[in-house]
Design a protein around this ligand. Structure first.
Ligand code: AMP
Ligand code: GLY
Length: 434
């Protein structure tokens, strides 16, 4: 399948569960020789060598890659992409998987993304852009509620506020534009219609010409069972998401993924890497809620366990601009599910430093624990973040995959551990209306 069969030194940038899943999958590749992560986490440290360089230290990372003959760098989080890590690596002729700074605007500026979708007729909610508080408030005097108010820039997944009435809208506008709760990310805002319907995360890999969708997955963003409570970084996921039928996937490819890549090309932008479309199946069809220019977290923790193809080969096909020769990505049958174990209080205030029991042993086949907020001291493990870890199970059907993930959750204990008990439950009840 791959034309070049040389062994690769690979660097994964980032330190969350998504990056742990990337390292876990790359470790299985017959192509990978040395595997580094920067800065990584202690879970990743059991599979790869952690290097103490922050994800935003672009020059430091490029120096490291150059010194250590890294021939494939994979970027997990959005910030280094938005800061132009890919541009810097390319300038130095260092192979890197991810979109360049201009491409990353699809995620780093919601105004850019919305105006782009409007220009290229990509289905999305109708919207307006404001930088002036009085104008934005004026619009809210006449609009229908609920509506959605979004900070333009990166806000760690917190920059989207759904408001039910004029008072809430004014509060949100004041908080974002005047009080700057999201900092400079809120210099401009998008106000858009509130859509309804099930959501799906559709990630695709592209070299700017060929676009290969990955299996669709579904995240669970709310903190509490029944999709209640605050928005979080994601409390669990499963893959594939059954309501994105082959017909809907074909529609997404034709009306969303392809026009996105073609539209960017028309703007003089070649997008290479993962294009993540956050989609909603509304009564009037699929609409784009947002783009991300990277792998989703925790979606990656369920999509990669389903992949049979060699991930290093796939990444290299993109960096070599020959994804068209790669052939279809191969997937195993069945389903994967993951359940996030968080510190009580997350996404609000929580304490860290709790001893974690149950991580010492290896896992049975088809189960794995991806770390996001853990600290290691010898053989002892402690919590060090809001989302602590994510227990993954993969099997021949969703029910068994979920049982595996939850049985793993049952083996891991720490004070104040919190997890949702209903991950994938709606998909099990009715696999077309999740
Ligand atoms: P984030 O991933 O943090 O940008 O949050 C996006 C989430 O906000 C989506 O997953 C939706 O649940 C919600 N959202 C964003 N835009 C809309 C919209 N136009 N209508 C309804 N919900 C939305
Ligand atoms: N799971 C949503 C995201 O990665 O943005």
């Amino acid at each position: 399948m791959a034309e070049k069969q040389s062994r690769l030194n690979v660097l994964v940038i980032g330190s969350g569960g998504r990056e742990h899943a990337l390292v876990w999958k790359l470790k299985q590749s017959r192509r990978v020789d040395r595997l580094f992560c920067a800065p990584g986490n202690p879970g990743m440290g059991t599979l790869a060598k952690c290097v103490n360089i922050k994800a935003e230290n672009i020059r430091g990372l490029a120096d490291f890659a150059s010194r250590n003959k890294v021939n494939l760098t994979v970027v997990g989080p959005e910030q280094p992409l938005a800061y132009g890590i890919v541009d810097e690596f390319q300038k130095r002729k260092l192979p890197i998987f991810g979109p360049d700074r201009k491409s990353a605007q699809l995620e780093s500026s919601k105004v850019f993304a919305k105006e782009f979708m409007q220009k290229y007729h990509i289905p999305t909610a109708p919207f307006r852009v404001y930088s002036n508080m009085a104008d934005a408030m004026g619009f809210c005097k006449t609009c229908e509620f609920p509506i959605v108010i979004k900070a333009d820039g990166l806000a760690a997944g917190k920059g989207v506020i759904i408001v039910r009435d004029r008072e809430e809208a004014w509060q949100a506008i004041e908080n974002i534009i005047d009080k700057k709760i999201f900092g400079p990310a809120g210099t401009r805002i998008v106000i858009e219609a509130c859509l309804t319907g099930p959501e799906v995360s559709l990630m695709a890999i592209t070299d700017g010409k060929t676009i290969l969708p990955l299996l669709p997955s579904q995240d669970h963003k709310r903190a509490l069972d029944g999709d209640k409570g605050a928005n979080t970084g994601g409390m669990g996921a499963y893959c594939p998401a059954p309501f994105l039928t082959p017909e809907l996937l074909a529609q997404a490819q034709e009306h969303i993924l392809e026009p996105t890549i073609a539209g960017l090309r028309a703007e003089g932008i070649t997008y290479r890497g993962i294009l993540y479309a956050g989609l909603m199946l509304t009564p009037s069809g699929l609409k784009v809620l947002e783009y991300n220019c990277r792998f989703g977290d925790p979606e990656t923790q369920v999509v990669l366990p389903m992949m049979r193809s060699d991930l290093a080969d796939l990444f290299q096909a993109v960096t070599d601009k020959r994804l068209g020769n790669f052939g279809p990505i191969e997937w195993r049958k069945g389903a994967a599910a993951c359940v996030v174990m968080a510190s009580r209080g997350y996404p609000g205030k929580y304490s860290t430093g709790q001893r974690i029991n149950g991580l010492q042993n290896g896992w049975p086949a088809n189960m794995f624990v991806f770390h996001s907020g853990t600290r290691r001291d010898g053989n002892n493990w402690f919590t060090s973040g809001g989302r602590v870890l994510c227990a993954m199970g993969v099997d021949n059907d969703l029910k068994t995959a979920l049982d595996r993930a939850y049985s793993l959750v049952g083996k891991i204990r720490f004070d104040g551990a919190y997890f949702r008990k209903d991950i994938g439950a709606r998909a099990l009840e009715n696999n077309r209306t999740t």
